[in-house]
Design a protein around this ligand. Sequence first.
Ligand code: FAD
Length: 445
Amino acid sequence: MALKDVLDLRIAIIGAGMGGLATALSLAKKGFKQIDVYESASNLGFVGAGIQLAPNMARILDRLGVWKDIEAEAVDLKSTSIRQGSTDEQLARVDLNYIREAYSYPHMVGHRSNLANSIYEGCKKEKAINFFFATAISEVKSYGPHPSFTAVPRKGGEPYNVECDVLLASDGVKSVVRDQLLKQTGVDAKIVDTGQAAYRIMLRRDEMEHDPELLKLIDSDAVTRWIGEKRHIIAYPIANKTIYNLSTVQPDRNFAAAPSATYTTKGDKSQMMEVFGDYCPMILRMLDLVKDGELCEWKLRVHEPLPFWTHEQTALVGDACHPTLPHMAQGAAQAIEDGAVLGVVLSKLPEASPEAIRKALKVYQDVRMDRAYRLVELAAANGRSLHLGEGAAKEERDRQFAALKEKKGGAVPDKWADADVQKMVYGQDVMKIADESFEELYAKA
Ligand SMILES: Cc1cc2nc3c(=O)[nH]c(=O)nc-3n(C[C@H](O)[C@H](O)[C@H](O)COP(=O)(O)OP(=O)(O)OC[C@H]3O[C@@H](n4cnc5c(N)ncnc54)[C@H](O)[C@@H]3O)c2cc1C
């Protein structure tokens, strides 16, 4: 077969979540000319919720030319306050002002839909990117040398076959591509039910401003975490402080009956008030502002680690290969890092052959896998530490919190706020690493 020009490769992306959008944009910015994105939903349809915009995410989005719009509406975090949920007593306050200087970008928080829409708008400006909404991928027929799959239009029409040169599956935690790939290669790895669920809540400023304590929260530049046994709430203002975003984590009581089908459901307000019933009156007043019928609950699931993310000319991206609990606020950031690294490695292909593509995808995996799985583990460990019940481990954790309060320094038990961990998470420039290590890794692939 004659070798085609690398930039003419036909690239198919499954899923237009954060991972799929960032992958499409990063490939277009590198000059690829045919990038087709298949999304089962009829539009982006993001749930109303906030999202943390960590510096490692901001750095990439800035290079992709979409950070300015996101930043304009986001809130710059100056500190984090970790508090006892039952009393509102502050266990530790950690200053985050240093982050902008240390990592060139601040740690911000924003609206999920603003993040997604800004990347989407960036994609729409690229002639190379075509979106196929309301089109679900049902079956991967081949993973290479020219991957092919069945696309099913959801609003009628016949299923059709798509062939491409590179298949990138960013189809989320429930990834059908991952499941088919694992079956095909005989790997036994499953979805893991974490036993945890999350309520996601957004309160409007006008709902909070009558209450001075609540007004102070929405006016702060802080992310506040209220912790308790097996539960916590994390909250921060978004959308220029017009919305206060809360995300909780608690034992999952509602999904056990439908473990495989459902990931989100309408939450029950009275159950939420019961779950956080021993939290302090101020928090209960805030939770009580949620309107009956407007509560959304998410089941939190992860996946057993995979031995590989790539097979022939196909690769998994984002939650499809490293779903991460929200306790480090890095899941979307890591999916975006995947997309950015794919842009770097595919643009460095020395030729457009299937073998070169296979090797470049292997470089992507080599650059990304250990880091992403480290964050998966850190997030799980952070949840365990924040959710400790009475006992020696909690005493030690609280001793460390107390040392911080007394300005004696040391590790922050909430790893999200620990400067050494932040250095590893925010300080690493994965695009640079991919660029600099490409030749060596490619030669070994
Ligand atoms: C409560 C909570 C809070 C979080 N907070 C943060 C945070 O603050 N910061 C952060 O960085 N991360 C956070 N995350 C994690 C983050 O939301 C995810 O890691 C991220 O959205 C994953 O992106 P993705 O593109 O891999 O998958 P998804 O966003 O799930 O996108 C997958 C897409 O694929 C589509 N799709 C699925 N199957 C098919 C198919 N067969 N055919 C076509 N399309 C298909 C879906 O419709 C979807 O649009 C949080 C997660 C939770 C649950």
